[in-house]
Design a protein around this ligand. Structure first.
Ligand code: IPM
Ligand code: MN
Length: 331
C-alpha cells in the first residue's frame, strides 16, 4: 500500500489535483491519500505558508503530489521549503511534444535536470545601504550529485548526450566549480557524450535548434528559466510535468503555477498534473500503471475530442480527466 501526501494548494492547484485523484482512484493501485495544506490560502488560515505538519507528512509518506500555490511577495514560497526540508536535490523536467497538440516543434524529447537546493535559491538575500544582494551558493557536493543524477538519467532513458549549462565566463568560481564537477562525473560515463554550453547560447539553441538537446543539467535559476522556455516549445506550461527527487523523498508537480486568472473556472489543462502522476508512478516502480495512464492521456490528446480551451477544446478540467479515465480500460 502506498501513502501519498496530497497538497492541492491555491488557484488552479485544487482543480488539477481533483483531476489527478479522479484518475488515480480509478486505477488498479492500493493507495491512500493524505491531504495537507500549503500556500496562500493556508497562510490566510494559519499564518504560515507551510505548517510543520505538512512537512512531516511529506517526509513520512511514499511520495507527495503537489498542485500549485500562489507565492506571496515577502514570504518564502512553500515549495522552496519542501524542496529544502526534504532535500529534493534533483528537479526533472521532461520537455516532450505530443501528437495532436500544437507546438512550435512537433518532435521534441529532452530532459532538463535542474539543481534544486542551492544556487541563487539559497535564500541568502539581503538589503545593503545601496540596494540589495543575493548570494549564489554552489558546492562541489551538490554539483557532483546533480551531474551524477543527470548522467544516470541519460543512461536509463537511452539518451546519448548530456549538456551542462552554465555561465562560467562570468561566474568563474561558482560555475567554474559546477563545470569542473560535470566533467569529473562525465569521465565515469565514457559511453555518453558530454558537452557544455553557456546559458545564453543554450537559450538561443533552445529556440533555434532544440532537437540537438537530450539531457541538460544546470544550476537552479538557469533550470527554472530554461524549463519555462522548454514548455513554450511544446505547447505551453500546461504540458510540462516535473519530479523533485531526493534520496529519501520525492514530490511531483506540474511546472505551471496557480494561474489565478483562470482559477475557479474549471478550465485548467490537467495534462501537466497527469504527466506528473505518471512520473510518480514510475518512481514508485508501478511501470505498468504508469504507462497505462500515459497512453490513456496521449490517446485523449491525439483524438482531440475532449480537451480544455487552451488546447482548442471546450471541455472542463474534470471532463478531460474523465475522458482519460475512460481510456484507461483500452490498455
Ligand atoms: C518552479 C517555480 C518556482 C521556482 C517558484 C514558484 C518558487 O517557478 O517550480 O519553477 O522558481 O522554482
Ligand atoms: Mn519556474
Amino acid at each position: 500500500m502506498y501513502r501519498i501526501c496530497v497538497i492541492p494548494g491555491d488557484g488552479i492547484g485544487p482543480e488539477v489535483m481533483e483531476a489527478a485523484l479522479t484518475v488515480l482512484k480509478a486505477m488498479d493501485l492500493d493507495m491512500e491519500f493524505y491531504p495537507a495544506l500549503a500556500g496562500n490560502a493556508c497562510f490566510q488560515k494559519l499564518g504560515t505558508t507551510i505548517p510543520s505538519q505538512t512537512v512531516d507528512l511529506a517526509l513520512q509518506t511514499d511520495a507527495t503530489l503537489f498542485g500549485a500555490i500562489t507565492s506571496v511577495p515577502g514570504q518564502r514560497s512553500a515549495i522552496l521549503t519542501l524542496r529544502k526540508e526534504l532535500d529534493l536535490y534533483a528537479n526533472l523536467r521532461p520537455v516532450k511534444s505530443y501528437p495532436g497538440i500544437e507546438a512550435l516543434y512537433p518532435d521534441l524529447d529532452f530532459l532538463i535536470v535542474r539543481e534544486n537546493t542551492e544556487g541563487l535559491y539559497a535564500g541568502q538575500e539581503e538589503y545593503t545601504p545601496d540596494g540589495a544582494q543575493a548570494l549564489r551558493v554552489v558546492t562541489r557536493k551538490a554539483s557532483r550529485r546533480i551531474c551524477e543524477f543527470a548522467f544516470r538519467q541519460a543512461q536509463n532513458k537511452g539518451f546519448k548526450r548530456v549538456t551542462a549549462v552554465h555561465k562560467a565566463n562570468v561566474l568563474m568560481k561558482t560555475d567554474g566549480i559546477f563545470r569542473e564537477a560535470f566533467y569529473q562525473v562525465a569521465e565515469e560515463y565514457p559511453e555518453l557524450e558530454a558537452e557544455d554550453l553557456y546559458v545564453d547560447a543554450a537559450a538561443m539553441f533552445l529556440v533555434k535548434n532544440p532537437q540537438r538537446f537530450q539531457v541538460l543539467v544546470t544550476t537552479n535559476l538557469f533550470g527554472d528559466i530554461l524549463s519555462d522556455e522548454g514548455a513554450g516549445l511544446v505547447g505551453g506550461l500546461g504540458m510540462v510535468p516535473s519530479a523533485n527527487i531526493g534520496d529519501k523523498n520525492a514530490l511531483f508537480e506540474p511546472v505551471h503555477g496557480s494561474a489565478p486568472d483562470i482559477a475557479g473556472q474549471g478550465v485548467a489543462n490537467p495534462t501537466a498534473m497527469l504527466l506528473s502522476v505518471v512520473m510518480m508512478l514510475r518512481h514508485l516502480k508501478e511501470e505498468d500503471e504508469a504507462s497505462k495512464l500515459e497512453k490513456a492521456l496521449l490517446m485523449t490528446l491525439k483524438e482531440g475530442r475532449v480537451l480544455t480551451p487552451d488546447l482548442g477544446g471546450d471541455a472542463s478540467t474534470l471532463k478531460m480527466a474523465q475522458e482519460v479515465q475512460g481510456h484507461l480500460e483500452s490498455w
